[in-house]
Design a protein around this ligand. Structure first.
Ligand SMILES: Cc1ncc(COP(=O)(O)O)c(C=O)c1O
Length: 396
């Protein structure tokens, strides 16, 4: 069945899948297999999963600048972490100030999952245009906050152009207004932590910033674990307490759960635990260096091309580029040609752009990709072909 799937294990996907090499993949898959039937809905029945969650959250906490007061949970991914951040903010401000028509203020660059959360939980989504550098416009965001605002959001980095928002400025609004501030570090939580250790200068982005109340990091992205693993970490146990759900209002007794799911496989949790131990600090330093080098190499390919323009200098391992002359070159047609060569890149708009999430597997692939990119452009210009934007996620 997988014959037509993108060959991510061979480093052909610049989206959706991450690969730290065959050894880490084998550890991930074996741990997943051994725990696939365990159920994290009840850690009374499966104390192993409680221990796994505690240890994984503690390890991720080091990356996220957690303090002794911080407290977190594992979730099934970035979307669930974001859903929970929105729910926790809504429920906190409902409890503390009886806010019944809540809204959240976020830049247009913040992930689509916030819109999903707004729709699911009845929180109005107030999108604020980003500045010319694609970063959140902090003063415009401040102007959108009112007495019904429960949450303000920044990303480290934001997905579309890969830049890190001014988290200090955004979190200051939250502390001034006594509301929640979530940092979406789903993409950057591992990478930024290790880039700092590799000596790169990164603007403050984690729980060390005053006013940040929660932060998310996806382990199934740059943690290189199996799909279904993210961590959401709160500044305090009290803030975390608004995430859970408990009811006894039915005939089945007390039902409590920390996140969206009921039954929750131990597979992705065990996989995260095993891969994080297997890779350790040395492994993550090496993988971060490789992914970063590949990103910078790709950025220089794009910069020196006469056809493309970089949307922004990549600040982690996300890179976005468009056509220098969009009338002459349709970037989605380029993506179609690349796909015929076996590459998968993301397509996004506005403006019409291609997007690459670069990970360690791409370290020795950029020359190859650059050749195919060059040839794809030549074909598209030659045939004057056009392509479609496609979709980041699909419903079928
Ligand atoms: C910045 C950011 N936040 C959240 C998400 C959502 O993560 P997931 O697809 O794991 O639900 C993504 C996914 O790419 C992302 O880039």
């Amino acid at each position: 069945m997988r014959t037509r799937d993108v060959r991510w294990r061979e480093g052909r996907a610049f989206s959706l899948a991450y690969n730290a090499g065959p050894d880490a993949l084998a550890v991930a898959e074996e741990a997943y297999r051994r725990f696939s039937g365990e159920n994290a809905l009840s850690t009374d029945a499966f104390p192993s999963l409680k221990q796994i969650q505690t240890e994984v959250v503690a390890m991720a906490g080091v990356w996220l600048g957690a303090t002794p007061s911080s407290a977190g949970f594992m979730t099934s991914g970035g979307t669930e972490s974001i859903l929970m951040a929105v729910k926790a903010a809504r429920d906190r401000l409902l409890a503390e100030r009886q806010i019944r028509q809540p809204n959240m203020v976020l830049p247009t660059s913040a992930h689509a999952a916030f819109a999903k959360a707004g729709a699911y939980f009845g929180v109005e989504v107030r999108r604020v245009a980003v500045g010319p550098d694609w970063r959140a416009d902090v003063s415009a965001m401040r102007n959108c906050v009112d007495e019904n605002t429960v949450l303000i959001v920044g990303s480290a980095p934001q997905y579309p152009q890969g830049v890190v928002d001014d988290i200090v400025g955004i979190a200051k609004i939250a502390s001034d207004s006594q509301i929640n501030c979530h940092v979406d570090a789903c993409m950057g939580g591992v990478t930024l932590a290790y880039l700092e250790r590799l000596g790169e200068k990164i603007a403050p982005w984690n729980l060390q910033v005053p006013g940040v109340s929660s932060i998310s990091v996806d382990l199934h992205k740059f943690g290189y674990t199996s799909k279904g693993a993210s961590v959401i970490m709160y500044a305090s146990k009290h803030l975390r307490s608004y995430q859970g759900f408990v009811t006894s209002d039915w005939l089945g007794g007390i039902y409590g759960s920390s996140g969206v799911l009921g039954t929750k496989s131990g597979g992705s949790m065990a996989s995260a635990w095993a891969v994080m131990h297997f890779l350790g600090d040395d492994g993550y330093l090496r993988l971060t260096r490789q992914a970063r080098e590949a990103t910078l190499q790709l950025a220089s390919v794009i910069r020196s091309s006469s056809d493309f323009v970089l949307r922004a200098e990549p600040e982690s391992t996300l890179l976005c580029f468009g056509a220098k002359d969009p009338q002459a070159l349709n970037v989605f047609a380029v993506a179609d040609e690349l796909s015929k060569c076996g590459w998968y890149v993301d397509r996004q708009t506005p403006p019409d752009s291609l997007h690459c999430t670069v990970n360690a597997i791409h370290h020795d692939k950029i020359d190859w990709f650059a050749r195919d990119l060059h040839n794809s452009v030549a074909t598209v210009l030659n045939q004057r072909s056009t392509g479609n934007v496609g979709a980041y996620g699909t419903i079928e």
